[in-house]
Design a protein around this ligand. Structure first.
Ligand SMILES: C[S@@+](CC[C@H](N)C(=O)[O-])C[C@H]1O[C@@H](n2cnc3c(N)ncnc32)[C@H](O)[C@@H]1O
Length: 279
């Protein structure tokens, strides 16, 4: 299957279903409410920009590409009141949620001049992009020579308990052999393990910050809501998806009854690019 054929990179599915508003994104964000240790991702991004820009962002431009419902934009506007912080997203419904300046963009062809932003973010969004190398090229092109680009994504090991539960439910539905633990993320086109090498093609300095945590869950609701939020990205039709979700519900409730809780182990990270290669 070519990357452009994947549902997770389909412009129509992204803008009309998955991110036609922030209901599904907020559902996934809520899963982390009891995360330990808690990682304040917007604060970490803000600190990285402060360090890169030597504490001053006066008159600077910061662009959050794939800004979603604007949690990074909100924080950066607080922390850099003299900077112009632009929220940019493929989905018009998301852009509407973010106060101006905010605009519809496709990261593969950014409507910003060369060397025009001191900081650019692309957080948990590159796995939705058909041409990831082109997207990273665009981030580097718009970044000033002294600027910083921060991307975030998940590791192949992120929330593998959840992946295991869904894979088991799917195998039971299809009557196939059950997956052997541990199950890694599958079908994700931009994983933390690949991100440094991809950024290194466009930046002379690249470093990675790994963020791990645990999320103990005593209720099935948030886990099932998270699974349900991925409906648009699977190859199942609605009836099949509902059937697999019903099996997953039984598995999740069974584990919670037996063990008192399910602990999800998260593993995501930031990859930071500095010194964009001359072009
Ligand atoms: C998982 S959300 C992440 C939102 C936000 N960055 C965060 O971390 O909370 C992915 C976002 O990327 C946007 N997106 C997907 N493809 C894009 C593209 N080609 N250009 C710009 N934004 C895109 C989606 O519309 C969605 O809002």
């Amino acid at each position: 299957m070519k990357p452009t054929d994947r549902k997770s990179t389909s412009r129509q599915i992204l803008t009309e279903e998955a991110y036609n508003g922030d209901a599904l994104l907020s559902t996934r964000q809520r899963l982390y409410e009891d995360q330990y240790p808690a990682h304040d991702l917007p604060a970490l991004a803000s600190d990285a920009i402060k360090t890169a820009c030597a504490g001053s962002a006066r008159g600077q431009t910061i662009i959050d590409v794939g800004c979603g419902n604007g949690r990074y934009v909100e924080r950066l506007r607080q922390d850099f009141p003299d900077a112009t912080v632009i929220g940019a997203d493929l989905s018009p419904a998301m852009v509407e949620l973010v106060p101006e300046p905010s605009q519809v963009v496709d990261i593969q062809s950014l409507p910003f001049a060369d060397n025009s932003a001191e900081a650019l973010l692309a957080m948990h969004m590159l796995y939705h992009v058909p041409d990831i190398d082109q997207a990273i090229f665009e981030l580097a092109r718009v970044c000033t020579p002294e600027g910083i680009v921060i991307v975030s994504t998940m590791s192949s090991q992120d929330k593998r308990e959840l992946t295991q539960l869904w894979s088991t439910a799917l195998a039971l539905y299809k009557g196939e052999p059950l997956p052997a633990a541990p199950v890694s993320q599958t079908g994700v086109s931009f994983l933390l393990e690949d991100a440094e090498a991809k950024l290194a093609r466009q930046f002379d300095t690249v470093h990675r910050l790994d963020l791990r945590s645990e999320v103990p869950l005593r209720e099935a609701g948030p886990i099932l809501a998270h699974m349900a939020s991925q409906r648009s990205f699977t190859d199942l039709d609605d009836a099949q998806f509902d059937a697999v979700l019903d099996i997953a519900r039984m598995l999740v409730m069974g584990q919670i009854e037996e063990r008192g809780r399910i602990v999800l182990r998260t593993h995501i990270g930031f990859v930071i690019g500095r010194e964009p290669k001359p072009r």
